[in-house]
Write a protein of this length. Sequence first.
Lengths: 322, 495
Amino acid sequence: MIKKKNSILSSISEYAVLIGIVVVFIIGMSIASPYFLTFTNITNIIQYVSTYGIVSIGMLLVILNGGINLSVGGTLAISAYIGCSLMLRGFPWYVSVLVCILTGMMVGLVNGLAVTKLNIPPLIATLAVEQITRGVHLGLAQGAPLTGFSQTYLNIGASKFLNLPMAVWWTLLLYVIFFIILYKTCFGRTVYAVGGNPMATRVSGINNHKIIIFVYILAGILCAIAGIIVTGRMNSVAVSIAKGLDTRCITCCVLGGASVTRGGKGTIIGCFLGVFIIGLLQNSLDLLAVSSYWQEFIQGIVLFLAVSADFFRTLIARRKKK
Amino acid sequence: MKPIIEMKNIVKTFSDNVVLDHVNFTLNQGETRALLGVNGAGKSTLIKILNGIYHADSGEIYFEGERVRINSPQDAEKLGIRFVHQELNVCPDLTVAENIFIGHLKKNRFGFYDEKGIYAASQDLLNQLEINIKATDRVGDLRAAEMQIIEILKAMILNSKVLVLDEPTSSLSEKEKVIFFNLLGTLKERGVSFIFISHFLEDVLQISDHATALKDSRNNGEFDTKKTTKEELIFAMMGKNAIQKERIEAEKGNDAPPILELRNLCSSGKFRNINLSVQPGMILGVCGLLGAGKSEIARAIYGLDKYDSGEIVYKGEVIKNPTPEKMMKNHVAIVTEDRKLEGFVPLMSISENITLSTLRRYAAKLGFVKEKLRCAKSLKIAQSVTVKMTSDKQKVESLSGGNQQKVIIGRCLESDPELFILDEPTRGVDVYAKTEIYNILIDMANRGVTVLIFSSELEELLAVCTEIIVLRSGEIKERVQAKETGKAELLSLIS
């Protein structure tokens, strides 16, 4: 029993810094802006983070697996566009949901095949796929946004349940599901192992390619789901949809303790906290009326700090060992 | 003889752990002194204090009779103490000369990089020491022994007085060792002193004049290596003798159909026309020099590398396009040569590494892992392969080489192999752990597992195997009975 308590304590201490940041943010902002701690604003934050919160799960999987995914924005855009354009041609909403998810899967599959079978470094492969998917979206859309979707479709992301937007429920549900997948299933543990040392897992008889492809497919599906939710909320597929999503998701993962240089490191709880912190930051900047032009700069600084935090963490751990 | 380095009453503690307890160490001018001890005895801490990486809590260091303070590796270098580490630190794409002078590149009178100067100086050094490589050779094209030699030459251009060699022979074959030892001899004649740290007691006996043994953080004897035996040294390091188990020869096995057969296996540039068969329950060794094709054959059997032609027949069936996944399903396991690179997942626990191959076996519905069952089984395996650990949740990264190797062997054991392939199974492993590993292999063979060992350590093969296959430049030369063959005979066969 004592042992169990210890392990809970130690796992809390693992996130102490992140939880600390959240607390500081909340205290600071509630002093700075009376509007901050209202129910509407908090719901706003969570709803706002839901898009990249969901995509960040996929990003975390890929990073854990030893890769990186720069094509998340393009994947989201192309799946949402194809799904929604079918709906505008008279197909029922569920067909467009299905096609949207299938498109996400296909893009993931292409990423996975490029990384494994063609042996292209993930950075390059997904960068190319990002540009291709964005290109197809732009080409098909010819610069025009899509709007006017069926109400049922919009409800998937925009309706409310127990006074909270559905987007929030979907995000929480997916985090729980992927928490279980990563910690309690063979697949999840294998993702960590392959990321930690792919050569060792190969020698151990694990089919690395299968795992990597599957991880990219899951990442694609998650992008598609995020796409459905975000189009539901916006009631449109803009040309600039999900711009800068890749950097933001990478920031969340790294902030939450994932390592871009070494796979097999990072947790879903850390990722969740990372997403939450970025949401708080964005919201705070909005409330403090910081110009959106400067917000970009501040987010860049946060990514930089998050990456250096990883460096300092390893340094401190090494000192402790000595 | 005058001492060049004296370390007196060195004490070092890490939090509550006494790592060095009033340790004394003396190196005389112009001698080669071995520093012995099992992992954790304190030898690497002692050497790190000499190198200025750690600082002693108390105790004194004298260099050429004068008290010195070594606060950083730069201080040690200024005194003329130079360290040659176990891992090779060469830049493969630079030339020999550039590697030798790296960090000390010369400038000409215009302040530009003096290319001619370093090539001339390097070639001069190589000629003097009668080393058969060119200053203009690309280092990546050299053999391991030659890279090791470059590490030593790096120290020579700084006119070092003392060289500390940490496991310098672990990646060298028997033949390369001869070249390497000759170089040490030449340098010794010029008055260089050596501290030699090695797990290879044969090498210690051959190359060193004296040996200092450490055990449990204390001095445990000084030896004149010309008058001592390997057993005496082992006893000083362990306080006990490692006893190797007896192999029970399988009476029945020899007429049984072979479990593995290679028919005319070829891979261009690596090996050709390899024909061999292994009977079930046998321990078969394959020996050869570096580059003779040992690892390449092992990797081809397991589908880690491709081969060009020929057949791999396992249990009477031809395996087309072997992949590790397929071989694992067929109950074949492999321990590859490079432990750090391919052996384990460093951030995962001992327990998780052991069940890496077999995770699916512990899956309930929907792929959920039955964690209790898995932990119980992996703990049992870890104990049976005698991994020294504080808990099975410990990360494999934090274990010593020998224990890491045991974890890898444990992982293979867990997959219930019928054929167990090992490539250099005891490289960089201390003497005691070596014997423990041999005992695990012998136990397995006694239970009917077929063991195939690829190794360049002849003693190892002679001690464990029933039969040994000799490889020379990619071809099988001989197949001998281990019992009827001596080391000298085997050595002449491989080179």
